[in-house]
Ligand binder design. Sequence first.
Ligand SMILES: Cc1cc2nc3c(=O)[nH]c(=O)nc-3n(C[C@H](O)[C@H](O)[C@H](O)COP(=O)(O)OP(=O)(O)OC[C@H]3O[C@@H](n4cnc5c(N)ncnc54)[C@H](O)[C@@H]3O)c2cc1C
Ligand code: FES
Ligand code: FES
Length: 489
Amino acid sequence: MPRNSLRFLRNGTLTEVDAVGPNETLLDYLRLRERAVGTKEGCGEGDCGACTVAIGRLKGGRVIYEPVNACIQLLGQVDGKDVVAVDDLVQNGALHPVQQAMVDHHGSQCGFCTPGIVMALFALYHAGVKPDRNVVNDWLAGNLCRCTGYRPIADAALASISGEPADALARRRADTVQALENLADGEDLFIGDEDSFFAAPATVDSLAALYDRHLDAVILAGATDVGLWITKQLRELPKIIYVGRAAGFADIDERAGEIRIGAGATYADAEAALASIDRDVAEVVRRIGSKQIRASGTVGGNIANGSPIGDTPPVLIALGAELELRRGDATRSMALEDFFIEYGKQDRAPGELVNAVTVPRLKPGEHFRAYKLSKRFDQDITGTLGAFRIAVDGNRITGARIAFGGMAATPKRASGAETALVGASLKKPASWQAAIDALADDFAPISDMRASADYRRRAAGNLLRKALAEIAAGDSRASRVVGIREAAQ
Ligand SMILES: Cc1cc2nc3c(=O)[nH]c(=O)nc-3n(C[C@H](O)[C@H](O)[C@H](O)COP(=O)(O)OP(=O)(O)OC[C@H]3O[C@@H](n4cnc5c(N)ncnc54)[C@H](O)[C@@H]3O)c2cc1C
Ligand code: FES
Ligand code: FES
């Protein structure tokens, strides 16, 4: 029999909840059930960070704390985890070090954003790094503050975060590890009945079998898309199957020539492995949403949702990734680009899971570049994203895989430009023009609120030119306005 109640930690204490609606959010649980109202609701869609809480989970035998947006996190997702809200930070009447630093450095005015900022900094306090201002800015990218200004907030972070946490949570770390290990019971979780439920299978076999039995269920991974269906579209989703507890579904296997990423791996989990392919892959991942979004959102969810402006598909397509799908016990594979058929339509049958994506590493003589263009640098949706894998022999271009997001109804390869580029010389920019011109036949972009069709068309050509110029120069520093820190490393 599957377990029919949630179990998680609050303040070091085991909490058990049995009546859980499939669509209940963590924020509603905290504010409405616990009356822990320090956690605020601002946008309700993962953008402002006011609702940030920290979620502790075991990774490699240690407990790590990650910031998440409680407004779009479903309550069932915290099963087996340690939930830390801003209300928990004061111990014996004393403010937490990051709270005290926010006071000392005048890091708060109206204060509505402050609880979420404190929790983002709390997670950084526990990350085990002594941050510089760039690192602090990255951790605060998911927290909007309209009145204080970020300088005093960053000052508070720099003053209070040493990389060696010494608060109450740090002192009870060993107990927390033990308690989380005890919670990992390996049992399937199923709360509700056959018509309405929140389920979190403990194995991939039971996950696949349950989805096969309930073809109308919604698969839930990080909820950074699905959460908004509930909070913004006010949809009722009676059947939810959460993939986050299925053992092995988030595994990342770093092999010699390729990396296999289980569909349940979050961006945060996959970041280091993807960075080992190329630093531009890492830079695209770092530009996805915020720390909060990257701690929850998955690579599998980014592929499965089929968005034409999802950031990982063009990068993975240019790299030559292969997608693995699974229904029941049967699996099949395809080139990732073949998965995207047309807008809103992917090659995925009812009951079929996105199981994993395998990404080849670069070979000697191959170069990779990727650029995300958005109106705002942090926490913004892509207008156009170009990804380029270019093979070179001497100065002669011998092969090209080029993919764009935001240029068509799906993430798509630029097959005309790829063909036109072969034989061109890295040292002769005039020989690139045929490929740049071919983009006009490869794509017919639309105008929307993110970018006009004309902008997209011109930007795509310029991104290809930039990639080739950077490869020819053997150095990206001169042509980077942002991301220059990474380019310099
Ligand atoms: C504030 C904010 C900022 C964002 N910024 C970016 C950004 O910069 N770039 C970007 O690309 N995206 C961005 N997103 C969108 C979103 O974060 C990504 O698309 C994310 O990868 C979705 O993954 P998830 O695990 O949260 O998926 P979920 O929301 O859990 O699911 C998404 C969809 O995929 C399906 N699904 C998930 N996993 C599987 C599976 N294994 N098999 C079958 N179906 C599955 C679900 O049923 C659903 O249809 C942002 C979202 C928010 C809220
Ligand atoms: S309320 Fe704005 S991110 Fe959750
Ligand atoms: S202090 Fe007012 S929004 Fe941050």
